[in-house]
Design a protein around this ligand. Structure first.
Ligand code: DUC
Ligand code: ZN
Ligand code: ZN
Length: 472
C-alpha cells in the first residue's frame, strides 16, 4: 500500500476548505500540509496523485442502507457485494446497514445472521444498527450487550407496520428508557401505522390500487403526528437520544425543529429522493410506472412546501444528515408483485450510488455550502453514530477514506449511463448533475480510478461503533 501523497487539491471539511496536500501512510492519513511545505520538509511518497482543480473530501458515510433486505416474498436487490461496489462508485466508503429482530426472535441471532451475510462480501467498511421489532424483557436486555460488546450503538424502532415491526407507545417508551440510560441512539420510523392501515384498507376496498395511493394513504399529517409522539416519548424517557429516519414531510420537520430549539437530543435525516423527486412528477406516472418510486415515508406533493423546507432544514441544522435509505428493487418480478395492488409493491428506492452527486448539485444550486455538503454526508453521520474521528473527516490519524471530486465535470445518472446498483431502472433516470467522483480510496486502498472499480470484495471490514459524539 505504501505512502500516497494527494497534491494540489482543495481539502473540504465542515469548518472550511483550503489548499492542502494530504499524506497517507498505509491505511491512515498521517498529515495535511500547506503545499509548499511538502518540498520544504522533503516529504516523499510511493505514489503522488495530482488533485489540481479538484476537491479532496472525506469518503461518504451513508448511515441508512438495506442490502439484501427480506421484504415480503422478496429481497432488496443489492447484495452486500453489489451494493458496496455501487456505493464506492458513488464516493461512499462507509455504510451502516441493519440487523433485525422480530417478535419471538433473539436479538443476538439476528445480529449474528447479518454478520454472516456481510462478512467477506463488502468492498467498503460497514457497521450495523439493530432493528428491534419485538420489544420485550429479553430484547431490552440485549441492548446493553449490543453497545458494550458488539459495537452496535443504535437501535431502530417502527411506529408503522402493525403486525410486523411495529412497536406500541409503551414498548417505545420502555426501549427509549433503556437506550437513553446507555447513551444508545433510538432511530425511529415515524409514521402512524395504525391509521395508515385503515386508509390502505379503505383505498383497496374502493378499487384505488395504483402506486400513487401508496402516498395518498400515508399523508404528511401522519408523519408529523408520529414524529411529535416520538419526540415526546423521548423527552419523557429522560431526553433519550432520538434520530428520525427518512424525514420527508414539513409537518415532521416542524416537530424536530421545535424539539431541537428547546435543547432536546433529537436529530433527523432526509434523503435525496425527498429533496429531488415528487408525488406528482414521479409516483403519479401513468400505469404502473410510479411503482419505481414507492418508498416509505413516501414522496411528497410539490404543491406543498416540503422540499423547500427540507433544504432550509439542511441549512439550519434541523436536519443533520443526508442518508439514502437505499433499498432497491427491480421492476421485473419485484415491484411487479404489486400490479393491481399498491400495498404489495416492495417499498424502497435505490440511491446509495448517487447521494454525493445529488447533494453536490445542492451546492451548485446554492442550497447548501460546500462545507455543509461534507458535513451532512460525511462528518455528522460519522459523529452521530460513533465513528468519528476514524471516519467522516480528513484528519491526521483518521482512516484514509478519501474521495477526489471533479467539480467541473458532469455526471449523467441513468440505467445506460452512470448506474452500478443491481436494479433494472434508476429512480433518478436522466438527471444530469454537476460534479463527478474521480478517485475513491478506502483505508488507503484505491477503489475507483480511471472509470474503473479496482477494489476488492472482502476489503470492507466491520466497524465497531462507539456512542454518539453529538449528544447535548
Ligand atoms: N423503512 C425504511 O427505513 N426502509 C425501507 C422501508 C421502510 O419502511
Ligand atoms: Zn423506515
Ligand atoms: Zn430504511
Amino acid at each position: 500500500m505504501g505512502r500516497i501523497l494527494i497534491r494540489n487539491g482543495t481539502v473540504v471539511s465542515p469548518s472550511g476548505s483550503w489548499a492542502a496536500d494530504v499524506l497517507v501512510d498505509g491505511e491512515i492519513v498521517v498529515g495535511l500540509f500547506e503545499p509548499s511545505a511538502v518540498e520544504a520538509l522533503g516529504i516523499t511518497a510511493d505514489r503522488t496523485i495530482d488533485a489540481a482543480a479538484r476537491y479532496v473530501i472525506p469518503g461518504g458515510v451513508d448511515v441508512h442502507t438495506h442490502m439484501q433486505l427480506p421484504m415480503g416474498p422478496t429481497f432488496s436487490s443489492d447484495t452486500f457485494e453489489t451494493g458496496t461496489i455501487a456505493a464506492a462508485w458513488g464516493g461512499v466508503t462507509t455504510i451502516v446497514d441493519f440487523a433485525s429482530q422480530q417478535v419471538g426472535e433473539r436479538v443476538m441471532d439476528g445480529l449474528e445472521a447479518r454478520h454472516g451475510e456481510a462478512a467477506g462480501n463488502c468492498a467498503i467498511d460497514y457497521a450495523f444498527h439493530q432493528t428491534i421489532g419485538g420489544v420485550d424483557d429479553e430484547s431490552l436486555l440485549a441492548i446493553r450487550q449490543l453497545v458494550e460488546r458488539e459495537g452496535v450503538s443504535s437501535i431502530k424502532l417502527f411506529m408503522a407496520y402493525p403486525g410486523a415491526y411495529y412497536s406500541d407507545d409503551g414498548q417505545i417508551l420502555r426501549a427509549m428508557q433503556v437506550a437513553g440510560e446507555l447513551g444508545v441512539m433510538t432511530m425511529m420510523h415515524a409514521e402512524n401505522g395504525i391509521a395508515i392501515d385503515v386508509l390502505r384498507a379503505q383505498a383497496i376496498a374502493k378499487g384505488d390500487t395504483d402506486p400513487i395511493f401508496h402516498a395518498l394513504t400515508r399523508p404528511p399529517e401522519l408523519e408529523g403526528e408520529a414524529t411529535h409522539r416520538a419526540v415526546q416519548l423521548a423527552k419523557v424517557a429522560g431526553d433519550a437520544p432520538l434520530y428520525i429516519v427518512h424525514l420527508s414531510a414539513a409537518d415532521a420537520l416542524e416537530e424536530v425543529a421545535r424539539a431541537r430549539h428547546r435543547g432536546q437530543n433529537v436529530f433527523a435525516e432526509t434523503c435525496p429522493q425527498y429533496l429531488w423527486l415528487s408525488l406528482e412528477e414521479h409516483l403519479a406516472q401513468p400505469g404502473f410506472e410510479g411503482a419505481k418510486w414507492v418508498c416509505s415515508t413516501p414522496l411528497r406533493s410539490s404543491h406543498d412546501h416540503h422540499q423547500r423546507d427540507l433544504w432550509t432544514g439542511l441549512r439550519n441544522d434541523d436536519l443533520a444528515v443526508v442518508s439514502t435509505d437505499h433499498c432497491p428493487f427491480c421492476m421485473k418480478d419485484q415491484k411487479e408483485l404489486g400490479l393491481g395492488d399498491f400495498t404489495a409493491i416492495p417499498n424502497g428506492i435505490g440511491g446509495v450510488e448517487h447521494r454525493m452527486e445529488l447533494m453536490f448539485q445542492g451546492v451548485v444550486n446554492g442550497e447548501i455550502t460546500l462545507e455543509r455538503w461534507v458535513e451532512t454526508c460525511c462528518t455528522t453521520p460519522a459523529r452521530l453514530f460513533g465513528m468519528h474521528p476514524q471516519k467522516g473527516e480528513i484528519l491526521p490519524g483518521a482512516d484514509a477514506d478519501i474521495v477526489i471530486w471533479d467539480p467541473n465535470a458532469t455526471t449523467t445518472i441513468g440505467i445506460n449511463d452512470k448506474h452500478h446498483m443491481n436494479m433494472d431502472h434508476s429512480a433518478f433516470e436522466g438527471f444530469v448533475v454537476d460534479g463527478r467522483v474521480e478517485t475513491v480510496m478506502s483505508r488507503g486502498k484505491i477503489l475507483i480510478e480511471n472509470d474503473q472499480f479496482v477494489g476488492t470484495v472482502g476489503h470492507g471490514q466491520f466497524l465497531k461503533r462507539g456512542l454518539s459524539a453529538e449528544l447535548r
